[in-house]
Design a protein around this ligand. Structure first.
Ligand SMILES: NC(=O)c1ccc[n+]([C@@H]2O[C@H](COP(=O)([O-])OP(=O)(O)OC[C@H]3O[C@@H](n4cnc5c(N)ncnc54)[C@H](OP(=O)(O)O)[C@@H]3O)[C@@H](O)[C@H]2O)c1
Length: 240
């Protein structure tokens, strides 16, 4: 065991932080994406407070959140997070860059077409051929881009290969717990960044993964643990 104490503290500058969170060089050469998930939790394991996760993070968490967005090609999220956190569009590098920057997973397509990110040119909605036709039509009429990744259900490996086909191989999953559980069940998570906040929030909030019982446990290996003066721990874990 090791003690994280004042005497051994080293300040981590921006360049070191970038190295610590960097994707491996040239992901996608083997035809597959590299998927990093980033989540925040309270000390007692809550993934949200009052239906959103914002209150759990501090300045350091925001810095890592923004850094990971800069380092990735595309942000992958479940529809519950897009709706619950009211995601806005994520921009391309220029006005003419319409490569996907936000990939939203939804099997039901029961998303309000007026939701802020739905019709953005850099958003793609990953769904399946059997999604309700009426919902599909409403979203298409609103200008959304839909990609079918499976016939009767959304197959997450097909979601990642559809992103890789579009040159988006550095994938950042920002949750939520439902999508992350499914990604773990399909063994698609390469690394997991977890910010642990110093508050005990109680209540009935779920954890950072939430899915059916019986999924196999996935072993992760600790890559690093950082700390700040506000009491947060910033951890990164990689596929063991
Ligand atoms: N602590 C954190 O770091 C963190 C991060 C993100 C979100 N959150 C919180 O999590 C809450 C939302 O949780 P959530 O579990 O509902 O969010 P979610 O995982 O973002 O969304 C779940 C939805 O994603 C779609 N989905 C996921 N996997 C799918 C699959 N394999 N096939 C088809 N559809 C799939 C489904 O959409 P359809 O129902 O449309 O089919 C499902 O209902 C919010 O309160 C948010 O604040 C916390």
């Amino acid at each position: 065991m090791y003690l994280l104490d004042k005497a051994t503290q080293l300040t981590v500058d921006r360049s070191t932080l970038t190295d610590l969170y960097a994707y491996p060089p040239a992901p996608g050469l083997d035809g597959r994406c590299h998927l990093v998930a980033n989540m925040v939790t309270s000390l007692d394991g809550a993934a949200m407070v009052g239906g959103v996760s914002g209150a759990l993070g501090g300045d350091g968490d925001h810095e890592i959140f923004e850094l990971l967005r800069e380092l990735c090609d595309v942000v992958l999220v479940g529809s519950g997070t897009v709706i619950g956190e009211d995601y806005g569009p994520i921009g391309g590098d220029s006005d003419t860059d319409t490569a996907p920057r936000l990939a939203m997973v939804s099997g039901s397509l029961s998303i309000d077409p007026a939701q802020g990110s739905v019709a953005a040119p850099t958003t793609v909605i990953m769904t399946c051929a059997s999604a309700p036709e009426e919902n599909r039509r409403r979203l298409l009429d609103a200008g959304a881009t839909l990609v079918d990744c499976g016939e009767t259900e959304v197959e997450l490996p097909l979601v990642l290969s559809a992103l890789a086909d579009r040159g988006r191989t550095r994938v950042l999953c920002e949750g939520g717990p439902g999508l992350l559980a499914n990604l773990y069940a399909a063994d698609l998570v390469d690394s997991l960044c977890v910010t642990i906040g110093p508050a005990v929030v109680g209540g009935s909030a779920g954890r950072i993964t939430h899915g059916p019982d019986g999924a196999p446990a996935r072993q992760m290996r600790r890559a690093h643990v950082l700390a700040d003066d506000e009491g947060y721990l910033f951890t990164k874990w990689v596929r063991a």
